[in-house]
Design a protein around this ligand. Structure first.
Ligand code: SAM
Length: 299
């Protein structure tokens, strides 16, 4: 699958379907021995997509998603905690970039008066709204969808939706950056910084040089190929990496630190250890080589 400038997708297609993969993974969490969170909406999205004719990924892909279940759960928990801490520190304006089927606006205990803005492609947010409406589910706080591509003029769309750049904001970018070109990633952070009043916070799942290391990516692809040998011929070509822009990128933590943010970062392995999902240092190859970066705007 080749990505192009300005490509668009529905929830069951291309990059849109990755949001379903994440939702499927979140739906599994309740069946684990010690769930880090419960997302009662994730299964609603899966059921609605299946009704639309979407097929669950083939068994080998589900096995792969399962293999990184501890990673996905730790990631969800970390962003949940980020938002709760931001609220406890007085931030009541939230922007979730590439929100996909993230149900935080419906499931987190938001401080009164919080406004949650979600940005994603129009058909992705449309599917989400329709599914929740059909199931009579209301958001837990004020919810403002901003249906636009993040390569377009989303700051303007965000302001038009009521966003106030003079107020501190809590920003999140989870499962997003590989789907943006390297230049698009740089522009994203420039725009976020321009819109961030002092005291704003940001949480990012960052994909740096370790993640895009050619040897690591080649071995990852090789393992996927091996696991595909028992799969359907139709599905055997599918690899989420085909939707990534594999390019040299700015390291997110460095960029933020150089642009007026106080930064803390934790590697995926250590984060998983913190949540008891994998002892630090015992991470297997399936664990993505990402870094979780948190920043606070100090000037
Ligand atoms: N953050 C969500 C989560 O963790 O549940 C979704 C993650 S999913 C792996 C990737 C999401 O990024 C999809 O919902 C996709 O539509 C969105 N996305 C990727 N590139 C985008 C772009 N250029 N503009 C808007 N959304 C984008």
């Amino acid at each position: 699958m080749t990505r192009t400038d300005g490509d668009t997708w529905d929830i069951t297609e291309s990059v849109g379907a990755t949001a379903l993969g994440v939702a499927w993974s979140r739906a599994q969490e309740k069946d684990t021995e010690c769930p880090l969170f419960i997302d009662p909406f994730a299964q609603l999205f899966i059921d609605a997509a299946l009704e639309r004719g979407w097929r669950l990924p083939p068994a080998h892909m589900l096995d792969r998603i399962r293999a990184i279940g501890g990673y996905a759960a730790s990631r969800t928990k970390w962003f949940d905690e980020f938002f709760v801490a931001a609220g406890a520190n007085g931030i009541d304006q939230v922007v979730i970039l590439a929100a996909g089927l993230d149900a935080r606006a419906w499931r987190l205990p938001w401080v009164d008066g919080t406004v949650v803005y979600e940005i994603d492609q129009p058909r992705v947010l449309g599917f989400k709204a329709e599914t929740l409406r059909k199931n009579d589910v209301s958001p837990a706080t004020t919810y403002m969808p901003v249906p636009i591509d993040l390569r377009d003029d989303w700051p303007r769309a965000l302001r038009d939706a009521g966003f106030d750049p003079t107020e501190p904001t809590a920003w999140a970018a989870e499962g997003l950056l590989p789907y943006l070109p390297a230049a698009g990633q740089d522009l994203l952070f420039e725009r976020i910084s321009d819109l961030s009043a002092r005291g704003s916070r940001i949480a990012v799942e960052a994909f740096g040089a370790d993640f895009f290391d050619p040897e690591y990516l080649a071995s990852r692809r090789e393992k996927l190929r091996a696991s595909q040998q028992d799969g359907d011929a139709d599905d055997s070509a599918f690899d989420v990496a085909d939707m990534w822009f594999i390019e040299d990128r700015t390291e997110v933590a460095d960029w933020l630190a150089e642009h007026g943010w106080d930064v803390a970062a934790v590697e995926a392995a250590d984060l998983m250890g913190r949540y008891g999902r994998c002892a630090a240092g015992e991470v297997d190859d399936a664990t993505p080589r990402t870094v979780f970066v948190e920043g606070q705007r100090s000037c």
